[in-house]
Ligand binder design. Structure first.
Ligand code: AMP
Length: 316
């Protein structure tokens, strides 16, 4: 399938690369690695990396605007399992669509799909595509991939095997990656976020079944000067709490009139529950969007039941 995707890239003069809404460093890393490699491999192609920008990730290049009028382009969607999560509209205006993803399969939306759920990240799959087809790989491209892999594995904590280390070893050894600068870009945070983390730590409810949850209202976000997406990202800081097996941030997003769940687990499979609430994701890292706090309470209850069932099954 990777050869197939390469043949399609070769055949089109214009290639547009999209990814999921709620952008993160793996989505951007895979987008920009692919864009740069295509540009450097084929000098005459026009390549656009599209989607909403986020000032948080301004160490990546600027995203492109693409006026989709003539239906002549190939669309490659990275790191996204379903249509509704693609950060782009008018899919029907592309000649062909390819998907490159590491999420559990949800739906087919393209002519060619390369899906590998045991991959550490979408960036790892882009690296596979580049290596298999002898596309250009240099220090700039390797750095985008490095950032994507480090970030999606949470610094080699999740979905990490000897293969991940092998890939990283090769990237670092051959392409002179500035590791310190990459880590600085990924992990430097404003003091407002640290203070906000203090709020979450103080206000996380922990149920007797091992569900940790914190409700973050718009007022609280304003008080601490953070937005809904920074609030949700905080979920990654609460792994390995003895009393907690599933944990979630529940953030009010007044702009989009929804309540957002960012959910993590170190036992129960959570994506099946998330899918029932306009969400999805990986087995142990999912998200969901509900309409209001009432529905949020329902989902919290369901997650708590999931923890209970898990503990009973495990005999704990
Ligand atoms: P996040 O908490 O935003 O880092 O998301 C964790 C995982 O869940 C990622 O793989 C996301 O793509 C996925 N995810 C988050 N929100 C949703 C949603 N509303 N629908 C489907 N998947 C989601």
């Amino acid at each position: 399938m990777l050869e197939n995707i390469y043949e399609k890239i070769k055949a089109y003069d214009t290639v547009v690369i999209a990814r999921h809404i709620g952008v993160d460093p793996d989505a951007l890393g895979s987008q920009f690695a692919l864009k740069t490699s295509i540009e450097k491999t084929f000098k005459n192609k026009k390549v656009y990396a599209v989607g909403a920008k986020s000032s948080k990730y301004n160490y990546f290049p600027k995203l492109d605007k693409y006026e989709n009028t003539n239906k002549e382009a190939l669309l490659i969607v990275v790191d996204t399992p379903d249509k509704k999560r693609i950060d782009i509209t008018n899919l029907e205006n592309y000649q062909e669509i390819c998907k490159i993803d590491h999420h559990p399969f949800i739906e087919k939306f393209g002519e060619c799909e390369y899906i590998k759920t045991d991959s550490s990240s979408a960036s790892e799959l882009i690296l596979e595509l580049i290596l298999k087809n002898e596309m250009v790989l240099d220090s700039e491209i390797a750095t985008y991939l490095f950032i994507g892999i480090v970030s999606d594995t949470n610094r080699f904590l999740f979905n990490t095997t000897y293969k991940t280390f092998e890939i990283i070893k090769n990237l670092v050894q051959k392409y002179n990656i500035d590791i310190e600068s990459a880590y600085r870009n990924l992990y430097t945070r404003p003091i407002s976020e640290i203070r906000f983390q203090g709020y979450i730590s103080q206000n996380m409810h922990v149920t007797s079944n091992g569900l940790g949850y914190v409700i973050i209202t718009n007022d609280i976000m304003q008080e601490y000067g953070v937005d809904a997406s920074s609030a949700g990202n905080m979920v990654n800081n609460y792994n390995n709490i003895e009393e907690v097996i599933v944990w979630t941030t529940v953030s009010e997003d007044v702009k989009n009139k929804i309540v957002k769940f960012n959910i993590r687990s170190r036992g129960p499979v959570i994506n099946t529950v998330a899918e029932k609430y306009n969400g999805g994701g990986h087995k142990f890292a999912s998200g969901a969007r509900v309409k209001n706090m009432e529905e949020a309470e329902e989902l919290i209850q369901e997650l708590d039941n999931l923890c209970k069932e898990y503990l009973e099954k495990e005999g704990k």
